[in-house]
Ligand binder design. Sequence first.
Ligand SMILES: [Zn+2]
Length: 339
Amino acid sequence: MHVLRAVIFFCGGATLVVPAAAERMRLAWPTPNQAYARGEPIENYIQPTQSGRVESGLFGCVRNSGTRFHEALDLFPISRDRRGEALDEIFVVADGIVRHVSAKPGLSSYGRYVVVEHVDAQLPVTTLYAHLASIAPGIRKGTKVKMGDTLGIMGRSAGARALPKERSHLHFEIGLRLTDNFASWYRWRGFGSKNDHGVWNGMNLVGVDPLAFYDAFRAKKVDTFLDFWRALQPAVTVRIATTKTPDFLQRYPALRPAPMPLRGFAGWEVDFDRYGVPIEWRPLQQDALQGYARNEVRVVMFDSDAETTCKDLAKGRAGREVPGRDLQTNLQLLFGLRK
Ligand SMILES: [Zn+2]
């Protein structure tokens, strides 16, 4: 996992230096509960929904009989005041910069929430901490934070109404943001309400399973966020005939391991995982896009074994699939497609 040399590509006269693989990152758990660190079962740290099923607090198609996606881990408190309100501090899991603080609980179903971008990582992922009771003093947009710094106190804020006391928890996400032009997509979709969160709206963030990441990190199968992304399994691959380079790739260049072709660049081949998270991007030349209209998207691989019960990534007959609703949304956000 540790490559200590820089790899140098020569690309159209410019020299592109890809940084050497990072050291094993420093990573904390976001709450004071030591149950995960001690290897205890999920019942000792995961907060279920009203259903009482512990799986409902995990990441995945775990809600409404598998039809509703939950993009996070829900973690319960280990200390409460006399009135039963949670007292647990919420810790930032790795070094980074606070990008968004939403202090008014009514503005989002996340309630009060904080987003941190881990800018020094090879893959600068974001972590999101929601349903907070309060934000720690000094935590505001632009604050530099170190692993383990306190972001706030666990709570139950959740938009117009709060969660019941007994279900106070931290909703914790790890993800990437799809576009920096979210405002344009949001207007186009016509939700009829104002977006108060800029690019840090949950609809612009695609998440991976935090527990799978912690498990892989603990088992030393991965040392960094980027290692984890590279180990994600492609469930669907699309080709798209556009020479546009999405801002996503400017933000996360490590997801395009191959150099850009010197000439004849004509489009992209992109792998997505089973929840629609972009994994690897490969530039294509014209010969791979014969017969494509401009901006046309085709599904070139769909692993039906990876199909979930809550995400619609591809539909149609085997070998002739087209993007499903959820993949279409991600492609709109990534490429600015408006169809
Ligand atoms: Zn949650």
